[in-house]
Design a protein around this ligand. Sequence first.
Ligand SMILES: NCc1[nH]cc(CCC(=O)O)c1CC(=O)O
Length: 338
Amino acid sequence: MSHPIPSRTVSPFPITRLRRTRSSEALRDLVRENSLSVGDLIWPVFVVDGEGVEQDIPSMPGVTRKSIDALVEAAHQAADLGIPAMCLFPYTDPALKTEECEEAWNPDNLSNRAIRAIKEAVPDIAVMTDIALDPYNANGHDGIVKGGEILNDETVEALVKMALAQADAGADILGPSDMMDGRIGAIRAAIEADGHRNLTIMSYTAKYASAYYGPFRDAVGASGALKGDKKTYQMDPANSDEAMRLVERDLMEGADMIMVKPGMPYLDICRRVKTEFGVPTFAYQVSGEYAMQEAAAAQGWLDGDKVMAESLMAFKRAGCDGILTYYAPRMAHMLEGK
Ligand SMILES: NCc1[nH]cc(CCC(=O)O)c1CC(=O)O
């Protein structure tokens, strides 16, 4: 937390030399204000159909789409590293994409099968889901489209069905990422009525209409499908007060945790959420942030490991309790000294 600095802490030079507490690693350790630990990390992963499959994603070097068996293996490794949660994103066969998006609430869709497989093999790792229609939508949008309009209330009904299917599959954290109005309240009411009393919701509350999602859309196979942009539901990057209204709204409707997305370009929003609401606050370091850092590292223009660690610490300093990051296993290895 940041505190107002009373001027009496700074006497004139040389009584005060602020370099003293930076003069050795030991002193720097003692006065460090924030820390990053493995327990802060949520690992987003991409699931694809098949067996023994690991596909590279060219715009996200080092990240792969994995079939369920490979994903279970990855879940074991994540749990061994102490990573508390994984977040699943399915690559959907284009043949399963429709205008009504029915595959989204199929109890046996790829994502729900993956949830079951992970919870059975590695029960201690928390599984987070994505609730939005875009992987299943013939036109790539997060909501149902009729006559060129992204329909709010009809989409919310579909999202509730999707949430219930994920709850039944054993999800621990539901992640509505669609930005429709009223979806948190509708999902909360439905899962309560269905007896899922401890099921948490991490709302993608302040999700901006961002150009940083490009590589993710390649990873889930949505780039080609998307017609137009997402500006009628995702937020305008120019706005900050509006994000605070969304946080208040989502908390009132039953969200347990709040997320800001993208991450690094929106650290001011993270800080405002934490300072103004004092609730569990998360940021998503998105695909484009990862791609930028890795592209520069591959050129030898940046030190990839150091930039990874610095970028993740920045989220803690901005007030986040945790970070969704494709770096989760790599950062965990570094933190464990492995
Ligand atoms: N609603 C789907 C969704 N969930 C997470 C991301 C982006 C994640 C990333 O870029 O890493 C997106 C893409 C989008 O809204 O277009």
